[in-house]
Design a protein around this ligand. Sequence first.
Ligand code: TYD
Length: 208
Amino acid sequence: MKGKFITVEGSDGSGKTTFINSATEYLIKKGYKVITTREPGGTVFSEKVRELLFDSSNEIDAKTESLLFCVSRRDHIIKKIIPYVEEGYIVICDRFVDSSIAYQSYGRGLNKQDIIDINKYTTDGLEPDLTLYFNVDVEIGLSRTKGRDENNRMDNESLKFYKDVKRGYDELSNDYKKRIKVIDANQDYEKVEKDAFKILEGFLNNEF
Ligand code: TYD
């Protein structure tokens, strides 16, 4: 039986990474075959592209950046996402195409239709079965990540940039209500996790 492709989206400080780890552990315990992966990255080749993208000594223009995300995504889909889904795994992916629309279009200001088009070419139309969007206010998210030492080229943007990105996610979740489920990530993490688990279980039990 075919597996499921689930993506998790949201800004820094939304709790999405913590949730991915606990959801993976929980689903494995319940007997599901699960793999967790991330974008950019997930394959040896794509992790190399990730290094290029995040290296603060590289100055790259917005279109180059958007194309590199696609390069990384294509390899990841072909070598990992599709083969695992075909084998019956639940593939949980930290970020996917919605990130490109939110960051490269709403954030960087590239034409939205162009980003949609290059991603259609990249994915051959592959879409997640479910997307969990951890919706956190920009200021709250940033205050939670203050003091984390991992800093890369994507982490030093203006408040306006992050607000634009959030607007992108908000619009996407409004446009794709069936696929994208929104979790209020401003709440305490326990409540965030509880809400996210409820949606995940409902999805796996075919409730929607
Ligand atoms: P990462 O360090 O993986 O952490 P987090 O997901 O917790 O933020 O950061 C990935 C960065 O890459 C993040 O700033 C969003 C950005 N990104 C894009 O701009 N476009 C994309 O298509 C993807 C997948 C990520």
